[in-house]
Write a protein that binds this ligand. Structure first.
Ligand code: SF4
Length: 755
């Protein structure tokens, strides 16, 4: 069985492989780094028992200095992470919200780095979390280790590229925008590149759009490499990379980390001489030890990084960077080929798998590849005088851009032609945005094993790592080999059993006598199964009753945009509270308003399930409309189902149930965010109570709430009591409170309405 090869690493000997005229430079730093860590350098080994004890002690010291109370769960996690890094054993940690997991991994990371003399890389799921480690946690660690160096490492595309800015100023690169841009903001951006110290997009003027930024920055494949760049000494990305080389802890995001891993290759470190050595890294400093936060998202990110996305507009980028090197007519041919591919993709009216080896799609891809190759051949043949470094740089960048396009197009064509290829190719489109041609490996496990786990020691943590209390599904998805990993699940600091109630509106035809003697009557199910025609109406009625009892303060989570829109409109006519809905405003602003107006109701799908945190009285009711099974029409998940069937396993139990369990646990986890939070989670999908073949796994993945099916006797009185308690304390509407913002992720809508 053949496996896909990550972009940037494909086998040039493959029959359909592209032959870029020159291999693109990887995103590496070329300065003298004699004071920094080098690949192959040996690092100190530590005793796992001592590392465990030491990390716990350091954590206790740090908390003591901060005047904070120690928590057993945090100490257990810190010890386990330290032990895993010292023992070179991968680790999976389930650390519920409130554990204090960032300090629980940063303290052992700091100790490991200081003891071994090699940096530890901390990988977060988003750039926002990356910044949080630097802004919030780094000053805390400085209380214990004032000289500890923690550096952020962002991808090259986050920094302005001075070479490109100069090319725009010279007029040697054309800026062809696909959309209308504000000329004033564009001018401000160009001036800013002259004065900024960081070149970081986070510091760029307000109003800069993605389209503008893409013109003044380069990805790793477009950068000509510091050796070839006349701006190397001033280059913002290079300077940030060099600063990170001296760090004890390097904080990066999972996308950049996996890109580094993919380009870095798969050579295993040879420790047979009894010494540990540092594996090479093309982007990050050489390192062996890695900690991954929010690790339940690692496989999904790997699928994107190890895959390919072909978007319309690349033709214009090629025309821009090749301007002056090749005749305009030939460049117009590339733009036309890009347009023809778009026209072909538009003929697919909805998301679905495609075969790139047949029909008009094959012709469009082939034509596009031919057009790009022909330009690449011309550019490659240009002779540049050594006295013309600017021209050499332009040629190099053009070849890098062309090489990237050739590689992606050839990879998609190869996936269609090679029968043994496991990659899935599909068109993703929703009728609103331009369709995108995507390719991804069905199973990222072997790739993660080859590029990450076989070369590094990785401790991974998340609040939702297990499925039904078991780590095996996560280990399998990640490609961890049996015997190479350990696991630890630390208890939640929250009293879920007393502070929260899990309500399922199912029926029971006999009365129930509780252990304390209370007799609860027989009940009728208040909503039918989720596929019944009157499900939405009955679910809305029930939701309204709970919102009235809670006096607002509700977060409603939906599995589709349609359900979100229908219920939002229905509620707005019936409740006296503000009803906020995803899509009306950026997620960060919605959350700020939800927190500020304590009695508001927030309706979310997509990011709402795991991207928001609303601690405190704004959220005493979470309503989940359906079990979030993955969509039946998702091409990648369908391929995973087929693979499971081929391996004689139940596709439903090995693919759908684990994904639903993790997502449901994330959604349910929105309710209790602090020790003082209380409330009800209502899951309106009665299958959670009735489907014996899988409900145990789903329920076993949730916090240990008390469960109830009694609306009038238990759920509504509990909500009313919370509302009563808040009645005199409700601050005036609009009172600002601390808000945790999130990245918007409009692309996510991966939940099945029809499961
Ligand atoms: S090295 Fe040169 S081409 Fe690469 S990002 Fe820096 S300025 Fe741009």
């Amino acid at each position: 069985m053949t496996r896909s090869t990550p972009r940037g690493t494909h086998d040039p000997m493959s029959p359909t492989a592209a032959a870029p005229p020159e291999p693109p430079d990887v995103d590496h730093h070329d300065y003298d780094d004699s004071d920094t860590h080098a690949a192959g350098e040996t690092i100190v080994r530590r005793n796992p028992d001592e590392a465990d004890t030491s990390a716990r002690q350091s954590l206790a010291d740090l908390l003591g200095r901060l005047g904070w109370e120690g928590r057993d769960a945090q100490s257990v996690m810190a010890g386990a992470v330290a032990r895993s890094l010292a023992a070179k054993q991968h680790l999976l940690v389930e650390a519920p919200t409130g554990t204090g997991k960032s300090l629980a991994y940063l303290v052992p990371a700091a100790e490991q780095a200081r003891a071994t003399g090699a940096p530890v890389v901390v990988v977060t799921a988003t750039k926002a979390l990356q910044q949080q480690v630097l802004d919030a946690d780094s000053p805390l660690l400085a209380r214990l280790w004032p000289d500890l160096e923690i550096r952020l490492m962002k991808g090259r595309g986050n920094y302005a590229c001075l070479s490109r800015v100069q090319a725009i100023a010279d007029g040697t690169e054309e800026t062809l925008f696909d959309e209308v841009v504000d000329p004033h903001v564009w001018g401000e951006l160009l001036s800013w590149t002259d004065t900024t110290d960081t070149g970081d997009r986070a510091d760029a003027p307000d109003g800069v759009t993605n389209a503008m930024w893409s013109k003044v920055s380069v990805g790793p494949k477009e950068c000509v490499g510091a050796k070839n760049c006349q701006f190397a000494q001033q280059c913002f990305a290079e300077k940030a990379g060099i600063a990170a080389r001296d760090a004890d802890i390097v904080v990066t995001n999972s996308h950049l980390y996996l890109l580094d891993a993919a380009i870095g290759g798969s050579d295993e470190t040879d420790d047979s001489d009894g010494k540990d050595s540092l594996p090479w890294s093309p982007i990050l400093p050489p390192h062996r030890d890695v900690i991954v936060d929010e690790a339940h998202k690692l496989a999904e990110t790997a699928s994107r990084v190890f895959g390919v996305e072909i978007r319309h507009g690349r033709g214009k980028t090629i025309k821009g960077v090749c301007k002056g090197l090749v005749k305009d007519e030939q460049l117009d041919g590339v733009v036309a080929a890009d347009d023809r591919l778009l026209a072909e993709l538009l003929s697919f009216t909805e998301t679905g798998p495609v075969d790139p080896s047949v029909g008009n799609l094959n012709i469009a891809l082939d034509d596009y590849l031919l057009a790009v190759r022909s330009v690449a051949k011309k550019v490659s043949g240009i002779v540049v005088a050594v006295t013309q470094p600017k021209d050499a740089e332009k040629k190099k960048r053009a070849l890098n851009v062309l090489g990237g396009a050739i590689e992606d197009l050839a990879a998609v064509l190869r996936a269609g032609e090679d029968e043994d290829n496991d990659d899935v190719v599909w068109v993703e489109g929703d009728g609103r945005r331009k369709p995108v041609l995507k390719m991804a490996p069905v199973d990222v496990g072997p790739l993660l094993d080859r590029y990450v786990f076989s070369r590094r020691t990785v401790a991974m943590c998340s609040a939702t790592m297990t499925v039904g209390g078991d780590f095996n599904a996560a280990a399998e998805e990640l490609g961890l080999t049996a015997g190479t990993w350990d696991s630890v699940s630390v208890p939640s600091p929250f009293d879920h059993a007393n502070n929260g109630l899990l309500y399922i509106p199912m029926g029971r035809n006999k009365p129930l006598t509780r252990a304390d003697g209370t007799v609860l009557p027989a009940v009728e199910a208040l909503v039918p199964g989720p596929n019944a025609t009157d499900f939405r109406d009955r679910a809305n009625d029930l939701t309204l009753r709970m919102i009235e009892a809670a006096e607002g303060r509700a977060l409603l989570l939906f599995t589709s945009w349609k359900a979100l829109n229908d219920t939002t409109e229905w509620l707005r006519d019936r409740v006296p509270y503000t009803v906020l809905a995803q899509g009306d405003k950026p997620t960060g602003r919605l959350l700020a308003e939800f927190m500020a107006d304590e009695q508001s109701v927030l309706c979310m799908t997509a990011t709402g399930w795991e991207g928001i945190s609303a601690p405190g009285p704004s959220c005493s009711l979470v309503v989940i409309d359906r079990i979030p099974f993955p969509r039946r029409d998702d091409p990648l998940i369908n391929a995973q189902r087929e693979l499971a069937t081929k391996n004689r396993r139940s596709d439903f139990h090995s693919v759908d149930v684990p994904k639903a369990a993790r997502m449901l646990a994330q959604g349910v986890g929105r309710l209790i965010r602090t020790v003082s939070d209380t409330g009800v989670v209502a899951v309106l999908d009665t299958r959670l109570g009735t489907k014996r073949s899988y409900n145990g796994t789903l329920l076993g993945s949730l916090p240990p709430f008390k469960r109830s099916i009694h609306l009038d006797e238990e759920v509504l009185p509990f909500l009313r009591a919370i509302a009563e308690d808040r009645r005199d304390k409700v601050p005036p509407i609009g009172t600002p409170t601390a808000v945790e913002t999130v990245d918007d992720d409009d692309a996510f809508d991966g939940i099945d309405e029809a499961a």
